[in-house]
Design a protein around this ligand. Structure first.
Ligand SMILES: [Fe+2]
Length: 277
């Protein structure tokens, strides 16, 4: 018998979880412990999972019900709430070399939803021989480090969110998910009341009351200021890692520093969340 262990990875973000098999039924006490750990640490790295697509769905349900993703062309046949993130779907240049798609900026997922996902859950199925890490940044720590004057200024701002400025969404996805959803730039965590910066740089059309260009410049300058090594954890993937990111308190970023022809494959589920307040 192994026992559940939750060990912080850095002071501001991340905990490594061992001693749990999410491919087997998970009891209520373990579910509660994992959900609490997610709210406390903003990111869980759960090692050594052996999951089929059905098992991945069951594992994800520990954190809540899944919700549909808006790039439906990448949904898994038979498991429509699993997004298949494959480097082989990257766009190619005429010479056959790959252009990696734009998940390389810091962002949180699906802010163009009225109730954006509480968590994004990723499962490593196939990995390149080197590179392809994912970084995570604590927006709770970023907010806490701001001068009081900025905290007040940003707390009064709201973002208008649409699909990414350059997107490959299908027409039916655009119709449903590109309608302009307003969220606060500073949100309060529903589980523990902490405050965090909350935005997606390429899904922000504008800040309410500001021009789009001025808004994007503000967001870019804010990102430049807040991303520092002490609020970031860079995850080097191992096969079988299941990583759960609390989208209410963290941004993430993919590192496109590997050869896509090697075939990096992750499964992704997003979990239903609250309307940000
Ligand atoms: Fe993402």
């Amino acid at each position: 018998m192994t026992t559940l262990s939750i060990r912080p990875i850095t002071e501001s973000i991340g905990a490594e979880v061992t001693g749990v098999d999410l491919g087997a039924p998970v009891d209520a006490a373990t579910r509660l412990a994992l959900d609490r750990a997610l709210a406390d640490h903003s990111l869980l790295v759960i090692r050594d999972q052996k999951l089929t697509p059905a098992g991945f769905m069951a594992a994800s349900s520990v954190f809540g019900p899944s919700m549909p993703q808006h790039y439906s062309q990448f949904n898994m046949p038979g498991f429509p709430d699993i997004g298949v993130l494959s480097s082989r779907d990257s766009d190619r240049r005429p010479d056959g070399s790959y252009i990696l798609r734009g998940t390389e900026c810091w962002h949180t997922d699906h802010t163009n939803r009225e109730r954006p996902p509480k968590a994004t859950i990723l499962y490593a199925v196939s990995l390149p021989s080197k590179g392809g890490d994912t970084s995570f940044a604590s927006m709770r720590a970023a907010y806490a480090a701001l001068p009081e004057e900025d905290k007040r200024r940003f707390a009064a701002m709201k973002t208008v969110n649409r699909l990414d400025r350059h997107n490959t969404a299908r027409a039916e996805d655009k119709e449903k998910y590109d309608v302009g959803i307003v969220h606060p730039l500073v949100r309060t965590h529903p589980d523990n009341g902490t405050k965090a910066l909350y935005f997606h740089p390429t899904k922000t059309e504008r800040i309410v009351g500001m021009e789009p260009g001025e808004s994007i410049a503000l967001i870019d300058a804010l990102l430049d200021r807040i991303i520092r090594p002490d609020i970031v954890y860079r995850h080097r993937w191992r096969l079988g890692d299941l990583v759960v990111c609390d989208n209410r308190a963290a941004l993430h970023q993919a590192h496109a520093d590997y050869d896509p022809a090697e075939g990096r494959l992750l499964y992704r589920v997003i979990v239903e969340g609250d309307r940000p307040v």
